[in-house]
Write a protein that binds this ligand. Structure first.
Ligand code: MN
Length: 251
């Protein structure tokens, strides 16, 4: 029987993670290990300066008072007696598109799986103030999980999947979009007269790109972006070599 680890950053009580577990249950033994409280935008943080606790909160459902990355590590080391066959993170309430991916705890959960050598994917849908329909995302996750289990992924590659609202027209393999960042920091005053700050969600000012994840979900397609933890800018290697550091230090 295949073993599937499911995590998220919205927390163990999020209905998105249970919809995902329901959809993947047909493919193998599913275990949920997820943060006790929401850890959205926690990125790839690993908790090293305080102890972590794990509680079993249901049949094959565990919570950890930490980050998605903590959850994957504790699950692999303490719950599974051999590596899981697949890690799936989500279903996140809110897209993880383009540059926003770097802040995402959801995506980091899948990245941690990839770093541990496990085929992994993250799945997200558009944030809404109304009721969430996890059906299309759950079906997309199931389709992709089946394919990944069957065909594998290149070493250290993991998938960032975003599902458009409504009924998707199909899947599109995409690249990460770029956003023209606008920082909005709201300043307020606390009851003692001291300023405090809220970092606002950025404006959706995306650089146009036919192949981007952002464009795919805008066009009604499930976006599938292959990512890797290696952040090296390979195109910049030659540029940096031209800096000629060594002749500079000898001067
Ligand atoms: Mn989240």
């Amino acid at each position: 029987m295949l073993r599937i680890l499911i995590t998220n950053d919205d927390g163990v009580r999020s209905d998105g993670i249970h919809a995902l577990a329901g959809a993947l249950g047909a493919l193998g033994d599913v275990v949920i290990v997820a943060p006790h409280v929401e850890a959205s935008a926690i990125g790839h943080a690993l908790t090293l300066r305080r102890p972590l606790r794990m509680e079993q909160v249901g049949e094959r459902v565990f919570e950890v008072d930490g980050t998605p990355t903590d959850c994957v590590n504790i699950a692999v080391a303490k719950i599974f007696d051999r590596m899981p066959d697949l890690v799936v993170s989500g279903i996140n309430k809110g897209f993880n598109l383009g540059d926003d991916t770097t802040y995402s705890g959801t995506v980091a959960g899948a990245m941690e799986g990839a770093l541990l050598g496990i085929p992994s994917l993250a799945i997200s849908l558009e944030r809404t103030s109304g009721d969430y329909d996890f059906g299309p995302s759950a079906r997309a996750a199931s389709t992709l999980a089946k394919l990944v289990l069957e065909r594998g992924l290149p070493a250290r590659t993991f998938l960032n999947v975003n599902v458009p609202p409504g009924r998707p027209k199909g899947f599109r393999v995409t690249v990460q979009a770029k956003r023209n960042h606008v920082t909005v920091v709201d300043e307020r005053c606390d009851p003692r007269g001291k300023a405090y700050y809220w970092i606002e969600e950025g404006q959706n000012d995306w650089e146009p790109h036919d192949r981007s994840d952002y464009q795919a979900v805008r066009d009604g397609y499930v976006s599938v972006t292959p990512l890797r933890p290696d952040l090296t800018d390979y195109d910049a290697l030659a540029v940096l070599e031209q800096f000629n550091f060594n002749s500079f230090t000898r001067r």
